[in-house]
Design a protein around this ligand. Structure first.
Ligand code: AMP
Ligand code: ZN
Length: 466
């Protein structure tokens, strides 16, 4: 079950080694829910979705937490301007985010916690940091003293030696070259009552960084197997997460850090503040499909910047049409007989290359090249009349398996099994291959109880909902 991935902390491509395999306890920093996420944000979210699907495809069981940041400077300001409290204000933005996630075929992470529902965990963690002497109170806020954590700056390879002792920052969003003590808890009497919570160290509200530590550790334990986010979060956000978590628990916070490079427009990072962004609805409005957007984002290497362009989106659409066309034609072959060696070999070759690419630092472009290689082979076999139904079914099954990672390889309207049902389906195929028919029948019965009826046809095993 080898899976290698670049680890920002070590600077090397390393084996993913979860503490309790096959489970991978993974955390991804989620959106701040005060507006519509743009497709730059979704580049990171889609890449982490491809990662979790690739891990599952390779035999791991993923338990992922993705937080919703629903309290910060901007949210409080915008909610107050709208005459709303946090809950009603963020509800619409959360619904929009979930709609975009779904349209982009992202699997929903197992746990999607809201910051405002985990204030108690944050207060507890801050309490530990206070007790252990890592904090001080100034300017009406509780700060983390980064000088109290010698490892500060390791993830970002930051030189903190020239750091000004006691220099502070208490906004939620900042991009600074220099490391500064950051705010854990804001004791702000001038903010609305609905944005204040009780704490032993004074009524107030959390800073941004503490939420990810508190929620990550609540659901995944003191040491997370994998933590993902965009590259802009390495410093200060993730550096701060490490500092406050490790100082709070005394344990390493994260084994493996994965960071996704940015989506650019004309060589500049796509961002709200630059105004050079598109949301998914913007692109759909302009006639593009969410599937093409996902394909465009998912086929790129997560460690390389990706330049967004409408030509790129058109190419994504054409690539998808090519794949869908082949998959559709494979479903139309009706000749009887056993699958040919040529068909079986083409399928095997493609999936072996596909899996090897994913296991080697989540190499999506190479994995997609394997998909297109199979399209070429399938088209040739089809054109030469060399495929019967069994051979075509074997090739189609390969596309279905590869689709589990990319989520857009099957033509529109294709139903897909939910992950837990798919795992059962796979277990039955495995049992059949091993000629363990008793086990195969047991799994078939289990699937039937869950509303999935199987049919073994010359084209392979098909399923339908009862
Ligand atoms: P935010 O809602 O601002 O906290 O951002 C949500 C996620 O989007 C974070 O993981 C960011 O790193 C990521 N992100 C922001 N801009 C881009 C971009 N242009 N390309 C890729 N990821 C981005
Ligand atoms: Zn975070």
């Amino acid at each position: 079950m080898s899976f290698r991935l670049y680890n920002t902390l070590s600077g090397e491509v390393e084996e993913v080694r979860p503490s309790a395999p096959p489970e991978v306890r993974m955390y991804a920093c989620g959106p701040t829910v005060y507006n519509r996420a743009h497709i730059g944000n979704f580049r990171t979210f889609v890449a982490t979705d491809v990662l979790r699907r690739a891990l599952t495809y390779c035999g791991f069981r993923v338990r992922e937490v993705m937080n919703l940041t629903d309290v910060d400077d901007r949210i409080i300001k915008l909610a107050a301007e709208a005459g709303q409290e946090i809950g009603p204000f963020t509800a619409a933005h959360i619904a929009a985010f979930e709609a975009d996630m779904k349209a982009l075929r992202m699997e929903r992470p197992e746990i999607v916690p809201k910051a405002t529902e985990h204030i108690a965990e944050m207060v507890e963690l801050i309490g530990k940091l206070i007790a252990r002497g890592h904090t001080y109170v100034a300017d009406g806020s509780v700060y983390f003293r980064i000088g109290s954590f010698p490892d500060y700056g390791k993830l970002a390879r930051l030189d903190v030696s020239g750091m000004k002792a006691g220099a502070r920052v208490d906004t939620d969003k900042y991009e600074k070259e220099d490391a500064r003590d950051f705010v854990l808890w804001k004791l702000k009497a001038d903010e609305p009552a609905w944005a204040q919570w009780d704490a032993p160290f004074g009524k107030g509200r959390p800073g941004w960084h503490i939420e990810c530590s508190a929620m990550g550790m609540k659901y995944l334990g003191d040491t997370l197997d994998l933590h993902a986010g965009g590259v802009d979060l390495i410093f200060p956000h993730h550096e701060n997460e490490i500092a406050q978590s490790q100082c709070g628990t005394g344990h390493p916070f994260v084994r493996h850090w994965m960071h996704v490079e940015h989506l650019l427009v004309n060589e500049e990072t796509m961002s709200k503040s630059k105004g050079n962004f598109f949301t998914l609805p913007d692109l759909v409005e302009a006639g593009h499909s969410p599937e093409a957007v996902r394909y465009l984002l998912a086929q790129a290497h997560y460690r390389k910047q990706l330049n967004f362009s409408f030509e790129g989106l058109d190419q994504a659409k054409a690539a998808l049409e090519r794949i869908h066309g082949a998959v559709r034609r494979l479903g139309e072959v009706e000749t009887a007989g056993p699958a040919s060696a040529a068909a079986l070999e083409a399928g095997e070759r493609a999936e072996t290359a596909f899996a090897a690419a994913l296991r080697d630092d989540l190499n999506a472009p190479e994995a997609i090249a394997a998909v297109h290689g199979l399209v070429t082979d399938a088209n040739q076999l089809l054109a030469g009349g060399a495929l019967n139904a069994a051979g075509a079914g074997a090739l189609r099954e390969r596309f279905e398996r590869m689709d589990r990672v990319f989520g857009v390889l099957l033509p529109a309207g294709e139903d897909r099994l939910e992950a837990d049902l798919q795992a059962l389906f796979d277990a039955r195929q495995e049992a059949r291959r091993a000629r363990d028919f008793r086990r195969a029948d047991e799994v078939r019965a289990d699937l039937e109880r869950r509303g999935i009826v199987l049919e073994d046809t010359p084209r392979g095993t098909r399923w339908r909902r009862s």
